[in-house]
Write a protein that binds this ligand. Structure first.
Ligand code: F6P
Length: 342
């Protein structure tokens, strides 16, 4: 059996661990051959491939990024995209496709399978942890670890100068990274996209920390918005999703805090540092298990399915279950964590 593999969407620590597990088990246990499509769906549309075998995946387990490259190309939004994919699958004699990606990449895999009968198996990835149908995605633990370390470091410099330090972390639609790293790092305020925040309330929390002789740390997800949302600066540029970017919520908030409390404030935007570099041990473990189970699903010809973590088990669910609705932070959980604010 010949299996195509691709990685789509934003890169994520652990992608290489999945590829390695798929290829090693597939070749050794099932006698599969592999072909890697370059740069996500774009490579499948354009017929750009790389050889994929055990020597090609040697040494990649601890490496961040993806040896296959990635893109946000959507064949359903590309002229003749699906037709070209079908032609290339035939050309490279691909019997099944493993698509490793987030909402968009998996959404394409679900449609290719449902509408065109293309045999796809999905593997969920995103540092944002906002995919439904799986308890966790790999990449999230690494991102939370990096953000937590940053918060730890910011505490000491904040205290030395008795300043407010605002840390902007990733998360356009879901506040998982902010919530987990903020709690782990002992932040005094955590702001997430799921709940609009009140700047006066944030300033009250900040002030109360200073009264207790602590320099406050505010963690804000990039997608968090104040109640009076128009106040967030729009820089007018478009991101890779084609959305107008609401940029600089962290920068904007620090200025507001300074103006309203009279306390000095600074901002750190962690950005792609959260996505780059070596995966944590947990992410290597999860990504490897996902890879092993994905090639099992291919071997079983159980297509249209995605591997997912449920408790400590890896299960198979319809790919569509992961893409139907984003997994966002439950208000009750946010409230629970809120006991540490201020
Ligand atoms: O989906 C993962 C993610 O890292 C988001 O948290 C972030 O908003 C986005 O990707 C950034 O995308 P890009 O690297 O294309 O700017």
């Amino acid at each position: 059996m010949k299996v195509g593999v691709l990685t789509g969407g934003g890169d994520c620590p652990g992608l290489n661990a999945v590829i390695r597990a798929v290829v090693r088990k597939g070749e050794q246990e099932y006698g599969c051959g592999f072909v890697g499509f370059k740069d996500g769906w774009r490579g499948a549309v354009e017929g750009r491939t790389v050889p994929l075998d055990i020597p090609a995946v040697r040494g990649i387990l601890p490496r961040g990024g993806t040896i296959l490259g990635s893109s946000r190309t959507n064949p359903f939004k590309t002229e003749n995209g699906v037709r070209d994919i079908k032609e290339n699958l035939a050309k490279y004699e691909v019997d099944a496709l493993i698509a490793i990606g987030g909402e968009d990449t998996l959404g394409v895999a679900a449609r290719l399978h449902a509408e065109y009968g293309i045999p796809c198996v999905g593997v969920p990835k995103t540092i944002d942890n906002d995919l439904s149908a799986t308890d966790y995605t790999f990449g999230f633990d690494t991102a939370v670890g990096i953000a937590t370390e940053a918060i730890d470091r910011l505490h000491t410099t904040a205290e030395s100068h008795m300043r407010v330090l605002v840390v902007e972390v990733m998360g356009r639609h879901a506040g998982w990274i902010a919530l987990h790293s903020g709690l782990a790092g002992g932040a005094n305020v955590i702001l997430i996209p799921e709940q609009r925040f009140d700047v006066d309330q944030v300033c009250a929390w900040v002030t109360s920390r200073f009264k207790a002789s602590y320099a406050p740390i505010v963690v804000v997800a990039e997608g968090a918005m104040p109640k009076d949302g128009d106040m967030v600066l729009k820089d007018g540029t478009k991101d890779s999703f084609g959305h107008v970017r609401l940029s600089g919520v962290g920068e904007w908030l620090a200025k507001e805090i300074e103006a309203r409390t009279g306390k000095e404030a600074r901002t750190t935007v962690l950005g792609h540092i959260q996505r780059g570099g070596t995966p944590s041990a947990f992410d290597r473990w999860l990504a490897t298990r996902f890879g092993l189970h994905a090639i099992d699903a291919v071997h079983d010809r159980d297509f249209g399915k995605m591997v997912a973590l449920k408790g400590t088990d890896i299960v198979r669910v319809p790919i569509a279950d992961a893409t139907a609705k984003l997994k966002t932070v439950d208000p009750a959980l946010y409230k629970e964590v809120g006991v540490f604010f201020g």
